[in-house]
Design a protein around this ligand. Structure first.
Ligand SMILES: *[C@@H]1O[C@H](CO)[C@@H](O)[C@H](O)[C@H]1NC(C)=O
Ligand SMILES: *[C@@H]1O[C@H](CO)[C@@H](O)[C@H](O)[C@H]1NC(C)=O
Ligand SMILES: *[C@@H]1O[C@H](CO)[C@@H](O)[C@H](O)[C@H]1NC(C)=O
Ligand SMILES: *[C@@H]1O[C@H](CO)[C@@H](O)[C@H](O)[C@H]1NC(C)=O
Length: 486
């Protein structure tokens, strides 16, 4: 059995003690440090990030674009507008992309210097915001990116499986994922586990089978873009059909961070660990019946194309009352300027009480708007395109990551974030939560629904800007210069 082990890259990528440059060249001129507040990153989800020292600079500012600061003895000043410097309006674009023919350097504006030693050019090109972070990054935020390409794969006759869990991505405390491939006819053997299982089919058709504790059964074919969900402990199997000559590939998500695909309960593993005479008594048959029971687990193995679901045995107890599969691909996305989105949770996929999800598509330049999820961590998966995300962890802590198709992202509950399409093709990704109902809070919608004077006092917006804030959530924002009429 091949184990999924932590590799060196995992350790490198998950290094929590990341120090991003916090000095903004535009604001550094007269920077005088003042009362330093030592605080820990607030975290309702129990994530610990290191303590940081946030310098609160107080100053009357002469201009909105520079942040000249002088020291002050207090950070609770009478007027909210002139007590701290204003933010810099200097853009912080990613400085290169993965197709860039140039040699990226650890330089942004006047900060940093070229790289003299050896470097992994491909990784650097895919992660511009690690080598040359935006000046808005600061403090310490653990690694929130895991490419499945860095997971050890378990190769079997008929398919493979690779996983991500807290062993490779310690930040992802509350969800874990497995990427699995089955050739046509190949079977992920009959098994069960304590954690619920939610799945999204990436390609082909997967036949799933199951029986619940009431003796009700369920057999269905699940197509690309569609879902299945098995409640905790409910036994199931997965099998590639020949609808696609290549079989199938899918994404499994588990609502716990320490799920281990190698630790599930397998039919053959159990049978091989029960005395043969007990098997005979259990099945009320002769002991010779068991002459072809495998002596070790099969896990993934080749098989013939399955019969259609309609050929399944009829249970005297009927079929499960809430289907274990959901035709998510036939849910029409909500079209908005800049892209589209659709949500699935237990309000429509009734049985899925521990996993909710959204599928978001962004046109080049469009953005999943600034928001957070009030109570649940987000496990993200990038299906196509490339994007950039900054997660804000409170107390001056923020870190920016870049993602490509096949990457996993992770955002703890309450951490503010956005996802921007930084590529030249559509960016599509899944947001997945270990909860029954999808929930998010939009920054612009929040500000639209409170007294305008309060927004003006904090941010100095003019009346016209405040009036233009969206009274219903946008979810997606279009590129600023899009020709869209809305
Ligand atoms: C999904 O759609 C297929 C036909 O495309 C249908 O046979 C099946 O019953 C649907 N499944 C659910 C759970 O609605
Ligand atoms: C799911 O639950 C909703 C609300 O309770 C109900 O209207 C709907 O019929 C249920 N769907 C299925 C497939 O059972
Ligand atoms: C902005 O709105 C406030 C409150 O309605 C009003 O008192 C103020 O005069 C407005 N300012 C401008 C410049 O119109
Ligand atoms: C939109 O703005 C970007 C950046 O300012 C610019 O490069 C691009 O050409 C603009 N696109 C259009 C269609 O105006």
């Amino acid at each position: 059995m091949i184990s999924f082990s932590t590799c060196y890259l995992a350790l490198l990528l998950s290094g929590a003690a990341f120090a991003a440059p916090v000095t903004d060249p535009a604001a550094s001129g007269a920077l005088i440090s003042s009362a330093a507040h030592s605080s820990s990153v607030a975290s309702s989800a129990g994530h610990s990030t290191s303590s940081v020292s946030a310098s609160f600079l107080t100053a009357p500012s002469s201009s909105a674009t520079t942040g000249n600061a002088v020291a002050s003895s207090t950070d609770s000043a009478p007027s909210s507008t002139a007590t701290v410097p204003y933010i810099s309006l200097t853009p912080n674009y990613p400085l290169w992309n993965s197709n860039d023919p140039s040699t990226p350097q650890a330089e942004r504006s006047s900060l940093g210097a070229s790289v003299l030693g050896p470097t992994n050019a491909d990784i650097v090109k895919q992660n511009p915001d690690l080598l040359a972070p935006p000046t808005t990054d600061g403090g310490s935020v653990p690694n929130a990116k895991w490419p499945y390409s860095l997971s050890s794969n378990r190769l079997q006759t008929g398919g493979w499986a690779r996983q991500q869990n807290v062993n490779v991505m310690p930040f992802a405390e509350n969800l874990a994922g497995v990427n699995m491939r089955l050739e046509a006819g190949a079977i992920r053997e009959l098994h069960w586990h304590k954690t619920a299982e939610w799945a999204y089919v990436l390609k082909g058709t997967t036949q799933v089978t199951s029986v619940n504790a009431d003796g009700q059964n369920y057999v269905a074919d699940v197509n690309a873009g569609d879902l299945w969900y098995f409640p905790p402990g409910v036994p199931h199997s997965l099998q590639g059909t020949n609808d696609d000559p290549d079989g199938t590939e899918f994404l499994l998500v588990f609502p716990t961070g320490d799920f281990n695909e190698d630790d599930t309960f397998l039919l053959t593993d159990w049978m091989a660990h029960v005395p043969a005479e007990v098997l005979a008594k259990n099945f009320q048959t002769d002991i010779s019946t068991f002459s072809q029971v495998p002596a070790k687990e099969l896990y993934i193995f080749p098989g013939a194309n399955p019969a259609p679901p309609s050929a399944a045995p009829v249970s005297p107890n009927g079929v499960v009352p809430q289907p274990f599969t959901f035709n998510f691909s036939s849910v029409a996305p909500i079209q908005v300027p800049g892209g589209s989105y659709k949500i699935v949770d237990s309000t429509t996929f009734n049985v899925s009480t521990q996993v909710a999800a959204a599928q978001i598509s962004l046109e080049p330049g469009a953005m999943r708007e600034l928001h957070w999820h009030p109570t649940q961590d987000e496990w993200g998966f990038f299906l196509e395109g490339q994007g950039r995300m900054t997660i804000f962890a409170s107390s001056g802590n923020a870190r920016t990551f870049d993602y490509q198709a096949g990457d996993i992202s992770y955002i703890p509950a309450t951490y503010g974030h956005y996802v921007e399409n930084t590529g030249s093709s559509t960016l599509t990704f899944l947001e997945i939560f270990n909860t029954d109902k999808f929930e998010d809070i939009s920054l612009s919608n929040w500000l639209a629904l409170i007294p305008p004077a309060l927004v003006q006092a904090h941010l100095g917006f003019d009346n016209e800007t405040i009036a233009s804030l969206p009274k219903t959530q946008r979810v997606i924002t279009a590129p600023l210069n899009a020709t869209s009429s809305s």
